[in-house]
Ligand binder design. Structure first.
Ligand code: EPZ
Length: 421
């Protein structure tokens, strides 16, 4: 097992190029099951989760070939299976996104129930509500879901009780070859939803309204192939912006779409950071004074992203004054609080609320990553400790960040990975 050793660094200075978005690559790779001609995806991030879902596609019979580090060619024209193995599917809940494509392409699918994880039970009731509405027959047991639509799916209007990202994506993909029109009301509006819709339309689908409160999909007979570039990862960008703020640094973020992270920019400015949006799609984040606390409330897009909550809590732990965090998207996304507290952070939680009192200095400690973004937050906190901070269980971090150690080191961080004895 590996761990990350990090200590007081900085101010971090320099520039970092952001990779393609994990949360866009995963649904778009799943959607590649719909294509009957070759698909080339560019800016695919080199992450554990991406490797897993590509293996799922290969197991279903798709041909997958990396043309270079970030360009992958997928050919699903001859896939002949509609069932992926339990052990692969259970490794990553996002593999559940293959259900919609398989169901609409084959009229039948068997997929394993996605597991919950540290941040919440992660139910799939809204996914199933959508498939049922499209007239699929569902058979659910403790581990597997079997769905059939012998005469094909039939378009309907579906209201999502919560704007679930995954449910919106699964229903969109299933609706691309359903008979007639499907309308999704109260869908997720994240940039990754828009990127998926753009990709589906390039395959020949008819998806309108992605990013708004109503998405309309008119079913088509067949989908072809295309070349598509994955949008930049707004959460990786956020993580490096916080790295600049927490070390009083001056970092330029390359390959970032400002309009995707407006709440993050607003909150960094509220805390006293300077955030300069340049013409060339780069953002410069630097601090020329002590930062102060603020209040964030996580919400579905375009609200403050839940995936940036842990990183901001690390920053709030070391700025002047009080801060407050309200986590409204997941029911258990404060696992990093206990770990930050080991480093001397002063954080009190009460249900979905956390109150943070900034301290002048955190102390090095042995902490463990409990989930992907919590792990990143602990690394960020470790950039401020005089003594070494050791972060273990870093496989969580590798799921969502490609070489976070190398990128931080290039900015001047005192950080390394090492095998645990
Ligand atoms: C996606 O997860 C992201 N993952 C998550 O990023 C992100 O935190 C989340 O969206 C919210 O933005 C990927 O895109 C692969 P949801 P997803 O369905 O689709 C409830 C990261 O760090 N819900 O929008 O699983 C659910 O319990 C990861 O990169 C239902 O109640 O999120 C949760 O409370 C973590 N029923 C809320 O909706 C359902 O059927 C948001 O879940 C589905 C979801």
């Amino acid at each position: 097992m590996e761990r990350i050793i990090v200590k007081k660094s900085g101010p971090l200075k320099g520039s970092v190029k952001i990779d393609g978005a994990k949360n866009s690559a995963l649904p778009i790779i799943a959607a590649s099951l719909l294509g009957t001609e070759p698909i080339t995806l560019e800016e695919v991030p080199n992450l554990k989760d991406v490797q897993i879902i590509l293996k799922v596609l290969q197991e279903l019979g798709a041909k997958v070939e990396f043309l270079d580090d970030t360009t992958v060619r997928i050919d699903s024209s001859s896939i002949d299976k509609y069932e992926a193995s339990y052990e692969l599917m259970s490794k990553m809940r996002a593999s559940f996104l293959v259900m919609g494509p398989l169901l609409t392409r084959f009229g039948k699918t068997r997929t394993s129930l996605p597991g919950g994880c540290a941040i919440g039970s992660r139910p799939i009731d809204l996914h199933l509500k959508g498939f049922k509405a499209l007239e699929a027959e569902l058979n659910v047991d403790d581990y597997v879901i079997e769905a059939t639509a012998e005469n094909g799916l039939v378009g309907k209007t579906i209201y999502l009780d919560f704007p679930s990202v995954g449910a919106t994506q699964n229903i969109m993909m299933a609706a691309t070859m359903a008979q007639g029109e499907t309308v999704i009301e109260n869908p997720a509006k994240e940039p990754e939803i828009v990127d998926l819709a753009n990709f589906l339309n390039k395959l020949g689908a008819d998806v309108k309204g992605a990013g708004t409160s109503t998405i309309r999909i008119r079913g088509v007979e067949k989908l072809g192939g295309t070349i598509h570039q994955i949008i930049p990862d707004r959460i990786e960008a956020t993580t490096f912006m916080v790295a600049s703020a927490i070390t009083g640094g001056d970092i330029t973020i390359k390959n970032c779409i400002t309009s995707h992270i407006l709440p993050v920019i607003a909150k960094l400015r509220e805390m006293g950071c300077k955030v300069v949006e340049n013409e060339d799609d780069t953002i410069r984040v630097y601090c020329d004074k002590k930062l102060c606390g603020t209040y964030i409330k996580t919400l579905p897009y375009p609200g403050f992203p839940t995936d940036a909550q842990a990183q901001f809590m690390a920053l709030m732990s070391v700025v002047d004054g009080q801060s407050k965090v309200e986590e409204t998207v997941f029911e258990n996304r404060f696992m990093h609080v206990e770990e930050l507290t080991k480093m001397g952070a002063i954080i009190a939680t009460d249900g979905s609320e956390a109150r943070i009192a900034g301290v002048p200095q955190l102390k090095g400690a042995k902490v463990r990553a409990t989930d992907l973004r919590a792990g990143a937050a602990l690394v960020l906190a470790g950039l401020t400790t005089e003594e070494e901070t050791t972060v273990s269980d870093i496989y969580h971090i590798d799921r969502g960040y490609n070489d976070i150690v190398g990128k931080l080191k290039a900015l001047g961080a005192d950080i390394r990975r090492e095998e645990m004895d």
